[in-house]
Ligand binder design. Structure first.
Ligand code: 13P
Ligand code: SF4
Length: 322
C-alpha cells in the first residue's frame, strides 16, 4: 500500500510536468480508475474515452485501456502524444479481425454499409463506413436500417446479433467474440437469479444471446453503471468485466453487486471475468510510460494516411452521438 501511494504521488507529479491527462476505462483496476479521477482525467466507456481525449486540452493523453482505445485517440487527435502503459494490451475482437481478411469480406459484399465496432484496428476502421461503440450501436444501426441498405457488421457476433434482433436490420456478421464476455453462462445465471429473487441482471451485449435474454438491462459499461444507480433493486448480478464493480459500488455503496457466473457445469467462478489485457494497465507501467526516454512500447503511432481514412467513420460516430 505504501508503495502504491508512492507510485501515485510520482505519477501525479509526472502528469502535471508532462501536460498529460489519464484516460481510463471502467475495466482497469480500481487503483487506476481512482487515480484518473483524482488527477482530473476520466474513467469512462469507450465512446466517452474517445470524446474526452478529443476535447481535453492536454498535449499528452495517457490511455489506460486496450490498444484500440489508444489508436482511436491518436487517430482523432494526431497532434497529441498518446501514451499507453503497454502497447501489448490488445483485445480478442481486434485480434480476430485481421484487416486484409475483413477487407476481402467487405469487397465480396459491395452493396452493404460497413459498420465496425470500435474494438478494431485503425486499418479495419479505415475500411468502414461507420464506427460504433456499444453505447451508440443501436441508434446508429436503426438510423442506417431506415435508409434501407443491408449492413455488414464486424467483428463481435454477439453484439451484432443483439442489435439485429432489437432493430430488425439485415446484418451480415463477422464471427468474432470477446474472450471475457463469451464465457458467461445462461443456465448458471438463471440459477443464481433464482437464489437472489430481488436481484436485477445487468448484461453487456458482448455476452452470448442466451445470457442477454436473461437481462433486466443491457448496455455499454456506462449504461450498465447508470442502470445500477437508477434501478430500485438492492442487489445486482452483473455480466461484464469485474473492473466495473469499482464504479458501481462507489456510486451505490448500499447495494450488493454479484458477479455473473462464468465457466461450465453451473459453477460460479469468482473473479474470472477480467480482461487479461485491461489487467496490464498497472501503476508501474504508467510511470514507465511517463518517464522513459525511449517511448517504444508505450507511444501510439498511426500512419497519417491511414488515420485520415479511419477518422472519417470515427467522426461520423462522434457527430451522431453529439
Ligand atoms: P464499452 O464501450 O461498453 O466501454 O465496452 C468496451 C469493451 O471493450 C467491452 O468489452
Ligand atoms: Fe476486448 Fe473483451 Fe477485453 Fe473488452 S473485455 S477489451 S472486448 S477482450
Amino acid at each position: 500500500e505504501q508503495e502504491k501511494a508512492e507510485y501515485k504521488e510520482r505519477i501525479k507529479r509526472l502528469l502535471k510536468e508532462k501536460d498529460a491527462v489519464l484516460v481510463a476505462h471502467y475495466y482497469t483496476d480500481p487503483e487506476i480508475q481512482a487515480l484518473a479521477e483524482e488527477t482530473g482525467g476520466c474513467v469512462a466507456d469507450s465512446l466517452e474515452m474517445a470524446r474526452f481525449g478529443n476535447d481535453h486540452p492536454a498535449s499528452t493523453l495517457v490511455v489506460a485501456g486496450v490498444r484500440f482505445m489508444g489508436e482511436t485517440a491518436k487517430t482523432l487527435t494526431p497532434e497529441k502524444r498518446v501514451l499507453m502503459p503497454t502497447l501489448e494490451a490488445t483485445c480478442s475482437l481486434d485480434l480476430g479481425c485481421p484487416a486484409d481478411q475483413f477487407s476481402a469480406f467487405c469487397d465480396a459484399h459491395p452493396d452493404h454499409t460497413v459498420v465496425v465496432y470500435a474494438n478494431t484496428s485503425a486499418e479495419v476502421k479505415a475500411r468502414a463506413d461507420w464506427v460504433v461503440t456499444s453505447s451508440i450501436a443501436l441508434e446508429i444501426v436503426e438510423h442506417l436500417d431506415s435508409e434501407g441498405r443491408p449492413i455488414l457488421w464486424g467483428p463481435d457476433r454477439h453484439l451484432g446479433s443483439y442489435i439485429a434482433k432489437q432493430t430488425g436490420a439485415d446484418m451480415l456478421m463477422w464471427q468474432g467474440a470477446c474472450v471475457v464476455h463469451d464465457e458467461f453462462k445462461a443456465r448458471a445465471l438463471l440459477d443464481l437469479k433464482a437464489q437472489n429473487p430481488n436481484a436485477a441482471v445487468l448484461v453487456h451485449p458482448e455476452s452470448p444471446q442466451s445470457v442477454v435474454d436473461v437481462a433486466d438491462a443491457v448496455g455499454s459499461t456506462s449504461q450498465l453503471i447508470k442502470a445500477s444507480q437508477e434501478m430500485d433493486n438492492d442487489t445486482f448480478i452483473v455480466a461484464t468485466d469485474k473492473g466495473i464493480f469499482y464504479k458501481m459500488q462507489q456510486l451505490s455503496p448500499e447495494k450488493t453487486f454479484i458477479e455473473a457466473p462464468t465457466g461450465g457445469n453451473g459453477a460460479t467462478c469468482r473473479s474470472c471475468a477480467h480482461c487479461p489485457w485491461m489487467a496490464m494497465n498497472g501503476l508501474a507501467a504508467i510511470e514507465q510510460a511517463l518517464t522513459t526516454e525511449d517511448t517504444a512500447g508505450h507511444e501510439v503511432f498511426v500512419d497519417p494516411d491511414l488515420a485520415k481514412r479511419a477518422m472519417i467513420p470515427l467522426n461520423r460516430m462522434l457527430d451522431f452521438a453529439a
